[in-house]
Design a protein around this ligand. Structure first.
Ligand code: FES
Length: 68
């Protein structure tokens, strides 16, 4: 299901971003996907989706380094 129509970002893409970064840094993930950079109406739903997935996803490691 699309979360951000302007950028064509799906809920699955958001979840994959959370998993691949092993992070729930909301601002960083939304910015990297371009979510909210146009009309901005998707931001609330995107954050909700991101946090729900982050809460469910097991953390593989609590690494203090940043993979940016
Ligand atoms: S729907 Fe995401 S920026 Fe417009």
């Amino acid at each position: 299901m699309y979360v951000c129509i302007c950028k064509g970002i799906t809920e699955k893409q958001i979840q994959e971003a959370v998993t691949s970064r092993n992070s729930n840094n909301t601002k960083e993930i939304l910015k990297s996907l371009g979510i909210g950079s146009d009309c901005g109406t998707c931001v609330e739903d995107a954050i909700k989706s991101l946090l729900e997935h982050a809460a469910r996803a097991p953390r593989e490691s609590k690494d203090s380094s940043n993979n940016s």
